[in-house]
Design a protein around this ligand. Structure first.
Ligand code: AMP
Length: 281
């Protein structure tokens, strides 16, 4: 695996490999890699001639300075994991390389999916995400890019971004990788104590119960009440729980047979904010 720090080097590597008709898979990350990230890398390695992973903790997508400052950085371990998973290139740029002297995001207008849930609770977050992903797509020029359903709303935003900016690539969504106790893997989990990690398994347990209630046709308002009550008297603080249509993210007031739904949740465990979701079909 080679490590590339500049766009100049990236271009010369790209021009070299693209002399032949090869496919390039890309996984953008913020590092502190875990098996969830690696499942995306392995998928890309199995489907493409070359795989490139970027690690860049993007300042413009953090609406909370504390979260940005405390974001875990584990480059040595990340490099080792990427080598083991047969990644070809690690793109590790500086902020200067990506943003020059203008650390700002573009204001995007998507179909409305950017305004709810993560968009509502983290103002500016999706503008930051779309800005960095658009820049990275233009620098890396991949054929396929892989994103996790762990950040399902983000995955939908990226699909809209690609259409909006007519970027010629395929976006692939990958299933959520979980710890043994069901907690969705996240770089932020390293900030949890072992007892907090254990307690956080309640998030996925709740989502599983929600799924079976939904499939048993329990009304959504009763499911909402169930979820609100479950976190009372625990160390987890519910930020939001919402059942929405799978692709439009429209509110699901009533269950309709011909639409697919998904439940989304955000919970604070101490200072750490965790999100998760489950398909209700
Ligand atoms: P991040 O480093 O958190 O920006 O994540 C980089 C990519 O990995 C995103 O597409 C995430 O959705 C994906 N990802 C993060 N955690 C998981 C997980 N537990 N399972 C699958 N994909 C994940």
């Amino acid at each position: 695996m080679i490590v590339i720090n500049t766009i100049l080097e990236l271009n010369s590597w790209y021009n070299h490999i693209k002399l032949n008709n090869v496919s390039l898979g890309f996984i953008p990350t913020m590092g502190a890699l875990h098996e969830g990230h690696i499942s995306l890398v392995e998928k890309s390695v199995s489907e493409n001639d070359f795989t490139i992973v970027s690690i860049f903790v993007n300042p413009t997508q953090f609406n909370n300075t504390n979260d940005f400052v405390n974001y875990p950085i584990t480059i040595e371990n990340d490099t080792l994991l990427l080598k083991q998973s047969k990644c070809d290139v690690l793109f590790l740029p500086t902020t200067q390389e990506i943003y020059s002297n203008n650390i700002n995001s573009t204001n995007y207008k998507f179909s409305g999916i950017e305004k709810v849930m993560e968009g509502k609770h983290r103002p500016g977050h999706f503008d930051g995400v779309a800005t960095i992903v658009s820049k990275l797509f233009n620098f890396v020029k991949p054929d396929i890019a892989y994103f996790g359903e762990k950040d399902f709303q983000q995955l939908l935003i990226i699909k809209e971004l690609v259409k909006l900016e007519r970027i010629p690539l395929k976006v692939v969504g990958m299933p959520i990788y979980r710890e043994e106790n069901g907690l969705a893997m996240s770089s932020r989990n390293t900030r949890l104590s072992s007892s907090q990690r254990e307690e956080s398994s309640l998030i996925f347990k709740t989502l599983q119960t929600v799924k079976s209630m939904f499939l048993d046709s329990v009304p959504i308002r009763d499911i909402n009440t169930y979820v609100k009550n479950i976190f009372i008297n625990t160390n987890l603080k519910l930020e939001y729980f919402e059942v929405r249509e799978n692709n439009s993210l429209k509110f699901a007031k009533k269950i309709s047979e011909n639409k697919k739904h998904r439940a989304f949740i955000s919970v604070f465990v101490g200072e750490v904010r965790l999100i998760d979701n489950i398909a209700l079909f």
